[in-house]
Design a binder for this molecule. Structure first.
Ligand code: ADP
Ligand code: MG
Length: 600
């Protein structure tokens, strides 16, 4: 039998390796940015076209490469960062495996231009799918530029697997932010489709955080600093009142490398303890320095997990240091979070008249399922929904119910309902009573209203007396651009006002009187949270986000008119029985249920 084992050609081996290292445009961005940092650059530019599908380019003013090194850099296991196995235990650079460039070159069209600072002539290499197309001398600025075009041109499976442009762009921005936050001493910029997304001057960590997330972070952060033999900690942690419902601004860097660590995250969360409202996450930006030999460096280049030798001590130190910082800055646990949470507490419109109850004479031909043509469609469906409530009962019985409901509401007027512990509304009906959970009910009402507004492009906007400008983190600004149409349809009147800033001239009528900046920020926040957990379309997501933001909260006392209004609006909804997230909001109890409880 003939021998059958062969060595894979390099190009195939590289392509296989690429599958692990480069999953999406953002992974290539990470590798290129890290190489630029390792090259000692003081200025790094990232240029992106079409979320990386057309172009990714990183230009640095670092050390540059010689002609031979330029050629070598594309070989697998070609690295200048380690020479012997021992070096693995003392890595201070980002790279060391010499895999990234070989991988990128295997699955894209790459143009490299590089020049040492002390040589006059640079080198240009064009390589496509691991194949060198040309190598020649060129004139270029000192440093290195990698342009990556047609990523995954020969890996259709990967290309098809890519998400929409906004999603891929967000991943790129994430990677950019991580590297930029870890290196405030380096100037960074990022352009997407010719627009400048970030322009970050060199500075200190705090200036960098503000550069990335906006100037208003200046008063949101508390400094953290501690020097112990095991670990040095430096950075900032967010004041509890600015904690978010979504993750996203939690940054750990170990020896300047971004890592994810649920374990250490827990330590921070524990430091906040009762300072945080439920389900919210503080922002933090923490630089940890440890002896490289005390962490497991043999990590995969794209993995962001890390193993500590002495994990428990690191946990304990981190927790107490953050706690101490919060204490020093007088962040006492008496902050009224309820106040904070219900920042935008919108009273139910009180000018709205009671929806008239359907007046039905006792009439043997009465058909409760037949909808009358009314001028107000809400009213019509309102009646329908009321009718659905009694769907199980006999028609005659239903008639009775309606008649009685009528009498009830006329006889007792607004006092028909009763609020229990500022949370539930009890509403008597002939066959027993309903219990309605007020927050979910209002969320449902607002949700349907906003979905409607977006579908019909008809929403009420409240023009603001004093328009405000809001500076947003670049990533949020991208989101606003992506959702521009829908946000407008919700009733926001906003326009771009310079880089990463929007001017708000009007807000949805439902939110009249609330702080536009907080409203927009919370809307994006809720939207992102929905995005990470649920597969919703844009409109549904935004409607949910708005409803959650503006709904009356549990704990709010309601007047009889407000309760009555809410019930009317709820039963005018298409799906009155559950909140947008599926939680039930109405529960029916019959007199029989009650009677049973009073039997001997
Ligand atoms: P690694 O970073 O793990 O060494 P890479 O494949 O990312 O592997 O890069 C290979 C080598 O190419 C690096 O070790 C470095 O010597 C050189 N190199 C890559 N990018 C640059 C750059 N921007 N400037 C100078 N040298 C670079
Ligand atoms: Mg590298």
């Amino acid at each position: 039998m003939p021998d059958i084992i062969q060595l894979l050609p390099d190009s195939v081996a590289n392509q296989i390796a690429a599958g692990e290292v480069i999953q999406r445009p953002a992974s290539a961005v990470k590798e290129l940015l890290e190489n630029a940092v390792d090259a000692g650059a003081s200025d790094i530019k990232l240029i992106v076209k079409d979320a990386g599908k057309t172009l990714l380019q990183v230009i640095d003013n670092g050390c540059g490469m010689s002609e031979t090194d330029a050629r070598m850099s594309f070989e697998r296991h070609a690295t200048s960062k380690i020479k012997k196995a021992d070096d693995l235990f003392n890595i201070r650079t980002k790279g060391f495996r010499g895999e990234a460039l070989a991988s990128i070159a295997a699955i894209a069209h790459v143009e490299l231009k590089t020049r040492h600072h002390d040589s006059e002539i640079g080198t240009q290499i064009i390589i496509e799918g691991s194949e060198i197309k040309s190598q020649q001398a060129c004139s270029c600025s000192a440093g290195t530029s990698f342009a990556v075009k047609n990523l995954f041109f020969n890996v259709p499976a990967r290309r098809n697997f890519l998400k929409t442009e906004p999603v891929e762009l967000r991943h790129i921005i994430d990677e950019f932010q991580r590297v930029a936050l870890a290196h405030p001493e380096i100037a960074f910029s990022m352009h997407h489709n010719n627009a400048e997304v970030f322009h970050l001057e060199k500075g200190n960590s705090k200036q960098r955080i503000m550069g990335v997330f906006g100037a208003n972070y200046n008063n949101r952060l508390v400094p953290v600093e501690e020097d112990t033999p095991i670990i040095k900690i430096k950075g900032f942690t967010g004041k509890p009142e600015f904690a978010r419902k979504t993750r996203g601004e939690q940054f750990f860097f170990i020896n300047r490398r971004f890592i994810k660590s649920p374990y250490l995250h827990h330590a921070i969360q524990a430091a906040y303890q009762e300072l945080l409202p439920a389900d919210s996450f503080p922002s933090y930006f923490l630089m940890l320095e440890v002896d490289p030999s005390s962490i497991d460096i043999n990590i995969h280049p794209t993995k962001t997990e890390i193993k500590f030798e002495d994990e428990k001590s690191v946990y304990a130190i981190l927790r107490s240091v953050v706690k101490k910082s919060l204490g020093q800055y007088n962040i006492s646990p008496t902050i009224d979070f309820n106040q904070e949470m219900s920042l935008v507490d919108i009273p139910l419109k009180s000018d709205k008249k009671f929806i008239e109850q359907p007046t039905i004479k006792v009439n043997p031909d009465f058909n409760p399922f037949k909808t009358e043509k009314k001028s107000n469609p809400a009213e019509a469906s309102n009646k329908e929904n009321w009718q659905k409530l009694f769907i199980k009962e006999e028609a005659k019985e239903e008639q009775q119910v309606f008649q009685n409901w009528d009498e009830n509401s006329t006889a007792q007027g607004e006092s028909g309902c009763f609020q229990l512990h500022n949370k539930y509304i009890l509403s008597p009906i002939k066959s027993g009573f309903l219990i309605i959970e007020q927050q979910g009910a209002h969320e449902r009402v607002l949700f349907e209203r906003f979905v409607n507004a977006m579908e019909k492009h008809r929403s009420a906007s409240q023009q603001m007396l004093f328009p405000v400008t809001i500076e947003l983190p670049a990533a949020d600004m991208e989101l606003v651009k992506e959702l521009k149409e829908e946000i407008h349809a919700l009733g926001f009147d906003l326009s771009e006002f310079g880089k990463n800033t929007v001017a708000v001239q009007g807000i949805p009528a439902e939110a009249a009187g609330s702080d536009a900046a907080a409203l927009l920020e919370h809307l994006l926040e809720n939207y992102k949270e929905n995005l990470s957990e649920l597969k919703l379309n844009k409109k549904e997501n935004l409607a949910r986000a708005m409803a959650r933001e503006l709904c009356i909260r549990q704990g709010k006392a309601l007047s009889a008119a407000e309760m009555s209004n809410l019930i009317d609006e709820l039963f005018a909804c298409n799906m009155p029985y559950s909140a947008p997230n599926g939680r039930p909001v109405v529960s029916t109890y019959t007199m029989e249920d009650l009677d049973k409880r009073f039997k001997k």
